[in-house]
Write a protein that binds this ligand. Structure first.
Ligand SMILES: C[S@@+](CC[C@H](N)C(=O)[O-])C[C@H]1O[C@@H](n2cnc3c(N)ncnc32)[C@H](O)[C@@H]1O
Length: 263
């Protein structure tokens, strides 16, 4: 049986010429919210942190400046190569199958990773197992956003993009709307969730991120027939218009703590 396609093999490949720029734009949109959330949840200078699917490494670098130690992992760590800090280790690591020590981390964080993995429930189990007693799990994911009044060209393009990801690598952009139930189901305590909807417009970082993602995915979207070339062109033109303003997707974040070991 043919192996099922996974993140990065064809779609969202790290080898794509503009992938570094795409990851940087993604981080520019999302880092402020992630940093504020981690601070609110009590990030401490003593913590041993694990950043799963670290991408361009901005969260790992920020954590390294505030925590005790950071392990930054990625299936393909090429964009983490420039990260240098005495308390930061970079690891080529597949979150779905490669080992990590159990109960070793005070914080395990993943952003925009699990929604793309068919094995997301197993990976979540693994992430919980890597938490020390009392450790904090934070999962963030991008979620489908059909809202009344959403710009029709952007909505059609986002539907095609998310449909293509779902049909090829198994991305589930509805799963984040179930947060924080997946953490509560694993016995984590103090669970919570929130959603953030960044504006896409005025050629801001969100605009750049989605334009690049659409450009990368365009051949595949067309191959699957999920949008006409004219519709994608219209969305890309809209995104390139400095006067454009809209909403492309939401980021849903959830958190919870592994209970302390019974005394
Ligand atoms: C959309 S990017 C997000 C990057 C970063 N977390 C951020 O939010 O800026 C997804 C990242 O997850 C990595 N990734 C995908 N599948 C993975 C897996 N099975 N194990 C570890 N990393 C994975 C990709 O290589 C990529 O760097």
């Amino acid at each position: 049986m043919a192996r099922m396609e996974r993140y990065g093999q064809r779609l969202l490949s790290p080898a794509w010429g503009e992938e570094g720029e795409r990851l940087a734009a993604m981080a520019e949109v999302s880092d402020p919210g992630t940093f504020a959330l981690l601070e609110r949840l009590g990030l401490d200078a003593s913590w041993r942190c694990l950043e799963v699917g670290a991408g361009g490494g901005t969260v790992a670098a920020w954590l390294a400046g505030r925590a005790g130690h950071v392990t930054a992992t990625d299936l393909d760590p090429r964009y983490l190569e420039g990260l240098e800090s005495p308390n930061l280790a970079v690891l080529r690591h597949d979150a779905a199958c490669d080992p990590l020590p159990e109960a070793a981390f005070d914080l395990v964080h993943a952003r925009f990773v699990l929604e793309h993995l068919r094995e997301r429930e197993d990976v979540l189990d693994r992430m919980v197992s890597w938490l020390a007693p009392g450790g904090l799990l934070v999962v963030e994911a991008f979620a489908r956003l059909p809202v009344p009044g959403q710009d029709p060209a952007l909505r059609a393009a986002m539907d095609a993009l998310m449909g293509t990801l779902a049909r090829t690598i198994g991305t589930d952009t509805d799963w984040p709307w179930t947060f924080p139930a997946p953490l509560a189901a694993r016995g984590l305590t103090g669970v919570g969730a929130e959603a953030h909807v960044p504006a896409t417009g005025g050629r801001n970082a969100s605009t750049r991120c989605w334009s690049l993602t659409l450009a990368q995915m365009r051949p595949r979207i067309l191959e699957l027939g999920l949008a006409a070339p004219e519709a994608l062109d219209e969305a890309l033109r809209a995104l390139d218009d400095p006067a454009f303003s809209g909403f492309a997707s939401a980021t849903v974040s959830c958190w919870g703590r592994r209970p302390d070991a019974p005394a």
